[in-house]
Design a protein around this ligand. Structure first.
Ligand code: SAH
Ligand code: SF4
Ligand code: F3S
Length: 478
C-alpha cells in the first residue's frame, strides 16, 4: 500500500471504513439497512444524512449486512485505488442476494455520480445508483427498485445542502462530530474528480449550521469539525437583509467560524479543508483570538514546483504558499500545519520533485497525506496532459516524500517533549485500555495513562514525555 501517511490515526478518519450504529436502534423499525462509507469526511457526513432519510422511511441501521433489506455503499472516486476497493467489496457482497433474494444493493456517492447508469451495466448486482445531491429521492428510488426495476438518480443540484435534515450520528465516540457547511467545489484543480462528482460549490444556511452545532454541544459533544472541500470560500447572503437574528449581511467563513466558537468556550472547533489561495488574514485573526478554535490548519500544497502548480491549476506559486505559511506562524505562533502532496503528476521532472522536497523542509509540516498521481477519467489533466511519469518513478518519489515527512514529524514531535498541553480525551488508546487517547489543539495525537477521574470528553492537562511513531506519550498533571 503506497498511499502512506505517517499518522495512522489521521488517515483512518479520512480513508473510511465500514460502520453502522448499534443494533438496539433497529428494533423499532420494520426494515433494516446497512451502510458502509469510503472516502473523505464529507462522505461520512452524507451517510448520516442518508441514515436520517431512511429512518423516516421505517429503516433502522444494522451492523450485519446479511440481515439487511437494503445494503448501501457510499463510495469515493478520488484515486483509482478507491474505486477498486469498492469493486472488491461488491464482490464480497454477492452472497447477500443468495441468502436474501429480495435484498436491494445501492451505490451512493462519488462513484455513483462518476459512472452513473454505466455502473448498472458493469455491476449487475446493483439495484440503485444515487449521486450525492439526490439522497432525498432515496424513498421513491427504493420503491421503484422494489418492483424489480433498476433505479438511478445522479442529478447534481446548485442548491441542495440538506440544511434541514438532522443527521443520525452513526458511529460516534460522543466526543467529536462533523458538520457540513458547504457542498461541491468550483476550483477545477486539473487532477481532481471532485468538481465532477460533487458539482458546483454552494454554502449552507448559517442558521442551520449553528443550530446543528448547538444541538451537538447540548448532546455532550466537545469537538466539531466544520467540513467543506474549500471552507475558506464559504459565503452566504441572506435572502432577507433585515432579518432580526443579527445576520443582516453576507456571512463569510471568518464570521461563521467565530459564531460557532461562541457557542461555548468548552466546545472545540476545527475545520477542513483550506485552500491556500482563499484562507484570509481575517480567518487567521479569528483563530488567534478564540482559544477554543484549534490551532491547526490543513493547507494542501500538492507540489512545490511552480510549473507543476500551474499545470494543476492551483492558482498560487510556491513563493505565495511559503509566504502564507510564514503569515500563519506569525499570527498564530505554534500553529500545527499539515499538507496533501501528490508525487508524479504529468510531466513532473526530478527538479520539480526536488522543489517539492525543499518546500516541505521549508514548511516543516507536522504531518502530510501523500499520494502518487492517479489519472481520473474526464478530469482536465486526463484530457489535456499525458500521465507520463512511469509508475516506479512515481512510487520512488512518493517514498522519498514519505521519508522526509517522517523525519519532519519526528522533529515536530521532539519539539513537544517537555511541553504541557490541553488534550481532549477521545477514548481508550488502541493498544491498551489503561491508557487514554486524545488530541491537542494542534491536532497531535497523545496517549497517556488513565487516572481514575477523567472520562472521554474531558480536557486533561498533559505533559509530553516522549513519542513513538506518530504519537506523543505523556502524563496527566491535571
Ligand atoms: N478539497 C481538498 C481535498 C480534496 S481530495 C483540497 O483541495 O485540498 C484530497 C486530496 O487527494 C487532495 O488534496 C490531493 O492531494 C489528493 N488527490 C486528489 N486527486 C488526486 C489524484 N487524481 N491522484 C492522486 N491524488 C489526488
Ligand atoms: Fe479537488 Fe481542488 Fe476542489 Fe480540492 S480544491 S476538491 S483538490 S478541485
Ligand atoms: Fe472521495 Fe468524493 Fe470525498 S471523490 S474524497 S468521497 S468528495
Amino acid at each position: 500500500m503506497l498511499n502512506l501517511t505517517v499518522h495512522k490515526e489521521h488517515d483512518e478518519r479520512r480513508q473510511g471504513e465500514a460502520y453502522a450504529p448499534a443494533e438496539t436502534d433497529v428494533q423499532q423499525f420494520q426494515q433494516k439497512f446497512y451502510i458502509e462509507s469510503y472516502g473523505c469526511a464529507m462522505n461520512f457526513a452524507d451517510s448520516e444524512i442518508v441514515a436520517s432519510i431512511l429512518h423516516d422511511q421505517g429503516f433502522g441501521a444494522t451492523r450485519d449486512f446479511s440481515e439487511a433489506d437494503l445494503v448501501l455503499i457510499n463510495t469515493c472516486s478520488i484515486r483509482e485505488k478507491a474505486e477498486q476497493t469498492v469493486r472488491k467489496r461488491l464482490n464480497d457482497l454477492r452472497q447477500i442476494k443468495k441468502n436474501k433474494p429480495g435484498a436491494l444493493i445501492g451505490i451512493l456517492g462519488c462513484m455513483a455520480e462518476r459512472l452513473k447508469s454505466k455502473l448498472l451495466e458493469e455491476e449487475r448486482l446493483v439495484d440503485l445508483v444515487v449521486g450525492p445531491d439526490a439522497y432525498r429521492s432515496l424513498p421513491s428510488l427504493i420503491q421503484e427498485a422494489e418492483t424489480g426495476q433498476k433505479a438511478v438518480n445522479v442529478l447534481l443540484s446548485r442548491e441542495e445542502t440538506y440544511a434541514d435534515i438532522s443527521p443520525v450520528r452513526l458511529v460516534t465516540n460522543g466526543v467529536n462530530s462533523f458538520v457540513s457547511i458547504m457542498r461541491g467545489c468550483n476550483n477545477m484543480c486539473t487532477f481532481c474528480v471532485v468538481p465532477f462528482t460533487r458539482g458546483r460549490e454552494r454554502s449552507r444556511d448559517p442558521h442551520s449550521i449553528l443550530r446543528e452545532c448547538r444541538e451537538l454541544f447540548e448532546q455532550g459533544y466537545k469537538e466539531i469539525t466544520l467540513l467543506g472541500q474549500n471552507v475558506d470560500s464559504y459565503f452566504w447572503t441572506p435572502a432577507d437583509a433585515a432579518s432580526p437574528d443579527g445576520w443582516g449581511q453576507p456571512v463569510t467563513f471568518a464570521n461563521l467560524l467565530e459564531q460557532t466558537a461562541k457557542i461555548d468556550p468548552s466546545l472545540r472547533i476545527r475545520f477542513s479543508t483550506s485552500h491556500p489561495k482563499d484562507i484570509t488574514d481575517e480567518v487567521l485573526h479569528v483563530i488567534a483570538r478564540n482559544d477554543n478554535i484549534c490551532k491547526y490548519i490543513h493547507l494542501p500544497v500538492q507540489s512545490g514546483s511552480n510549473r507543476i502548480l500551474q499545470l494543476m491549476n492551483r492558482t498560487y506559486t510556491r513563493e505565495w504558499y511559503m509566504a502564507k505559511v510564514d503569515r500563519i506562524r506569525e499570527l498564530i505562533p505554534g500553529c500545527g500545519i499539515s499538507s496533501d502532496i501528490i508525487a508524479g503528476f504529468c510531466t513532473e521532472t526530478e527538479e520539480d520533485h526536488q522543489l517539492t522536497l525543499e518546500l516541505m523542509e521549508y514548511c516543516q509540516y507536522d504531518f502530510s497525506y501523500m499520494y502518487f498521481y492517479s489519472e481520473r477519467p474526464g478530469t482536465l489533466a486526463a484530457r489535456r496532459f499525458q500521465d507520463d511519469v512511469p509508475e516506479e518513478i512515481k512510487k520512488r518519489r512518493l517514498s522519498e516524500i514519505v521519508q522526509l515527512q517522517n523525519k519532519l514529524s519526528k522533529i515536530s514531535n521532539h519539539k513537544d517533549i517537555g511541553r504541557t498541553v490541553t488534550v481532549l480525551i477521545e477514548g481508550d488508546s488502541k493498544k491498551s485500555n489503561s491508557d487514554w487517547m486524545g488530541r491537542s489543539s494542534e491536532n497531535k495525537v497523545l496517549v497517556f495513562p488513565k487516572n481514575n477521574r477523567a472520562v472521554p470528553g474531558d480536557y486533561a492537562t498533559v505533559t509530553v514525555t516522549g513519542s513513538t511513531g506518530g504519537t506523543l506519550l505523556g502524563e496527566i498533571i491535571g
